[in-house]
Write a protein of this length. Structure first.
Length: 147
């Protein structure tokens, strides 16, 4: 908020052409975040600035459904259908709506947080996000062709 801009809009500009890019359609971009906590974690974000799910158009809902089908299908194919959690991150109030970009974060459950992670609040990710993105990019392309 320091520069009165949405940090996620800036992130999307950089990730769209970067090594952590996974997939995109007309409305959404999927990428592995820099310094991801979980192996093969990825985020799906709308291309246009939107602070919450109430801003999503009918066409974007359909594009989100395709994005989830393709990206989660790629994850399933790549890692033998692993369990995962996901969460929608949205602006909490109108005051923050200009500075926050809603997005979906997907966290595959591939590792166990043990003493180090639980006691320090630091997490060990054994798969660099650039490697995860490269592998997901390949399987997501195959998944997309199967639609």
């Amino acid at each position: 908020m320091k520069n009165k801009r949405c940090v996620f809009c800036e992130i999307l500009k950089k990730e769209k052409d970067g090594p952590r890019f996974i997939w995109e359609n007309d409305s959404f971009v999927a990428f592995a975040p820099w310094a991801s906590v979980h192996p093969f974690e990825f985020w799906v974000s709308p291309k246009s600035h939107q602070s919450g799910l109430m801003d999503v158009s009918r066409t974007e809902i359909e594009d989100l459904a395709v994005a989830l089908r393709v990206c989660l299908g790629g994850l399933r194919s790549l890692l033998n259908d692993p369990p995962y959690n996901f969460g929608f991150h949205i602006a909490l109030n109108e005051e923050n709506s200009n500075h926050y970009h809603w997005h979906l974060e997907v966290y595959p459950k591939l590792t166990i947080w043990a003493g180090f992670e639980k006691n320090t609040g630091m997490f060990i990710n054994v798969v660099p996000p650039e490697d995860a993105a490269e592998n997901l990019r390949e399987t997501v392309r195959k998944e997309e062709k199967g639609l």
